[in-house]
Design a protein around this ligand. Structure first.
Ligand SMILES: [Zn+2]
Ligand SMILES: [Zn+2]
Length: 383
């Protein structure tokens, strides 16, 4: 029997339904899991996405031919029953469930589920929480698919951020917190203690905040840094900005400031230093290693196909657990579309490769996973 999703040069393709999921080249019909730049590209003739994604998708892509579907609603396309289910990653993010001739496949897109507990306190408050969907085959992401990635409870993490901000404010110093403009920035804005001081955002963050507020998410009203007249306000302020703002002349208006970077990559030794920031906070919109395991188990799938991230490590681990496992080579990358173009992408990719090869393989082996030589391109990474 033919697979329900296969890999084509344009992207992941559903042959009986004749549509693509998050294609990286322009196609006629694209089902979009979420509005991050590497998953929702311009140039497709028709888009289908979850209803809560409409605002953020239009903010990022402008005028597109977009059909939306409430979570759980079913459309039938050439005999394929398609529905979208919350992925907990960013506003409107969805897993794609496909049912055809008695078989069910689910493509996860990116998802967030904390592995530390099934506690609702660990949900991403900026969107509908991840919903496990039973299926025969699960196509999973594996951005943080190594045993070293284990997120601390969110309450602890945000207490750490609040402590850093409060100490800076008490010293009369601005707090510049760098995080991606879509998803990460809103997690920060919802998670911090708003009583510590004023919160200010970079101009790239505000259009997305507006889309979140319009969708009913409780994002505080925040002035844009360039519109703040009274510079004294910055001395107690938390300023939320994307990576492109770091080190730019835009930061001069703050006077004395401390900076920090919020990302899952901050779990890696050396990541904070490479980003040249004072602090690193491990805050991710992706599942950690236990979260990936929990999510995969909850699907009940016998077969798992792994996409972007540590495909080889995940496939090996899944095979050892008795799953039928393989990988798709996709063109999804970091949710790093704030970096300026190809140069930024290349820097991010090489940085990631170098860090991971140098610092992760040892941990993987320590966890009992055998990493084949072809998975460790030490020479290429120059690590
Ligand atoms: Zn994403
Ligand atoms: Zn992704």
């Amino acid at each position: 029997m033919e697979d329900l999703v296969v890999q084509r040069k344009e992207g992941l393709y559903c042959p009986p339904g004749d549509f693509y999921i998050d294609p990286w080249r322009p196609v006629d019909r694209a089902v979009i899991t979420h509005a991050h730049g590497d998953h929702s590209r311009r140039g497709n003739a028709h888009y289908l996405a979850a209803a809560p994604a409409e605002g953020v998708l239009r903010t990022r892509l402008g005028e597109i031919d977009l059909q939306t579907l409430p979570y759980g609603a079913v459309v039938d396309h050439f005999g394929v029953r398609l529905s979208l289910h919350p992925a907990g990653h960013v506003l409107g993010s969805a897993q794609v469930r496909l049912e055809h001739e008695g078989r069910v496949w689910v493509a996860s897109g990116d998802y967030y589920v904390a592995g530390s507990s099934a506690d609702a306190g660990e949900d991403n408050k900026t969107c509908a929480p991840f919903e496990p969907v039973r299926c025969h085959c699960f196509i999973t992401e594996s951005t943080f698919g190594l045993p070293i990635y284990r997120w601390q409870p969110q309450a602890e993490l945000f207490a750490d951020i609040d402590d850093w901000w409060r100490a800076n404010a008490d010293a009369g110093r601005a707090s510049l917190l760098i995080g991606y403009a879509f998803g990460k920035a809103q997690r920060i804005l919802m998670g911090v203690d708003r009583s510590i001081g004023p919160i200010v955002v970079h101009g790239a963050v505000e259009p997305l905040n507006r889309a979140y507020r319009a969708a009913g998410i409780d994002i505080p009203e925040t002035p844009i840094a360039t519109e703040v007249k009274d510079k004294a306000l910055f001395r107690r302020a938390l300023i939320v900005a994307p990576p492109s703002a770091q080190g730019s002349t835009w930061t001069r208006r703050f006077g004395d400031y401390s900076d920090a970077f919020a990302s899952g990559w901050m779990q890696l030794r050396g990541a904070r230093r490479r980003r040249s920031v004072d602090r690193g906070f491990v805050l991710s919109d992706h599942a950690d290693w236990p979260g990936l395991q929990r999510a995969i188990a909850a699907t009940g799938a016998e077969r798992v196909i792994v996409t972007h991230g540590y495909e080889a490590v995940m496939v090996r681990w899944l095979t050892d657990q008795g799953f039928e496992a393989s990988a798709f080579a996709t063109e999804y990358g970091l949710d790093d579309d704030e970096l300026p173009g190809a140069v930024g992408d290349a820097v991010a990719a090489s940085e990631r490769a170098a860090e991971h090869v140098a610092e992760s393989i040892g941990d993987v082996e320590a966890a009992g996973i055998v990493v084949a030589p072809e998975d460790a391109p030490v020479d290429d990474a120059g690590a």
